[in-house]
Ligand binder design. Structure first.
Ligand code: DC
Length: 223
């Protein structure tokens, strides 16, 4: 397998910007697995599926067709031919995604699709369970963290167009999502034993990218 860089961590830790930057720097593809769980959630909401009802979600999990583009300069995600890059970032989807992503049938389907996209490698993959479940053999695994305050501030900047998203509200919603993502039965968010932990609280984006690129070079140089 050629290079796979797995980048896991909680929401707002800077995974997306760092992962895209690393992919650009090393000429690799980029896969945002969170966008896939969001797209599945968007579809369930659009279909009127009660997302807190795990059996109802599981019963429909095989229906939507997801297509992901892996260019780090223009990542795309489409459901049944509709581009959903914008709608999957709304707070409605964000607050429902933990329930949908805890359903084993959803995870089985998306993990299979993620492995298909990873294929023989040459890719940076970001998520919650990449180093532990999706690609446990990845030669480079990163666990990216940041303080709760720093993460809430970053998320609030991402949600600038939403007047309800103050730092306090975002921090509370984020804490709830982290708790659900870390305590669910199916592949909870945990650091892989062999992952390198990077705390980005006091690092700039270029510094995080540089640290990951350095680790990738070290790990691939030694085999
Ligand atoms: O990275 P993100 O915030 O866009 O992810 C959205 C949600 O998807 C997150 O709350 C948990 C879930 N997720 C997951 O369960 N497994 C992944 N590999 C990626 C995301």
């Amino acid at each position: 397998m050629s290079l796979v860089i797995a980048i896991d961590g909680p929401s707002g830790s800077g995974k997306s910007s760092a992962s895209k930057g690393v992919a650009r720097a090393l000429g690799l593809r980029y896969l945002d697995t969170g966008a896939m769980y969001r797209a599945m959630t968007w579809w369930m909401l659009a279909q009127g599926v009660p997302v807190e009802d795990a059996a109802a979600v599981a019963a429909r999990a095989s229906e939507p067709l997801l297509v992901c583009g892996t260019d780090p300069d223009a990542p795309t995600i489409a459901v049944d031919g509709t581009d959903v890059s914008g709608p999957i970032r709304t707070r409605e989807v964000t607050n429902a995604v933990s329930a949908v992503s805890a359903v084993p049938a959803v995870r089985e389907r998306l993990v299979a699709l993620q492995r298909e996209i990873i294929g023989t490698g040459g890719i940076v993959v970001e998520g919650r369970d990449i180093g532990t479940v999706v690609a446990p053999g990845a030669p480079v695994k990163i666990f990216l963290t940041a303080s709760e305050e720093a993460r809430a501030q970053r998320r609030t900047r991402d949600l600038a167009a939403d007047p309800g998203a103050t730092v306090a509200v975002t921090q509370a919603e984020q804490a709830r999502r982290d708790r659900l993502d870390s305590t669910r039965k199916a592949s909870p968010l945990t650091r892989a034993q062999d992952a390198h932990e990077i705390d980005s609280t006091r690092l700039s984006l270029p510094e995080v990218i540089e640290a990951v690129v350095r680790l990738a070079k070290e790990n691939t140089a030694t085999g």
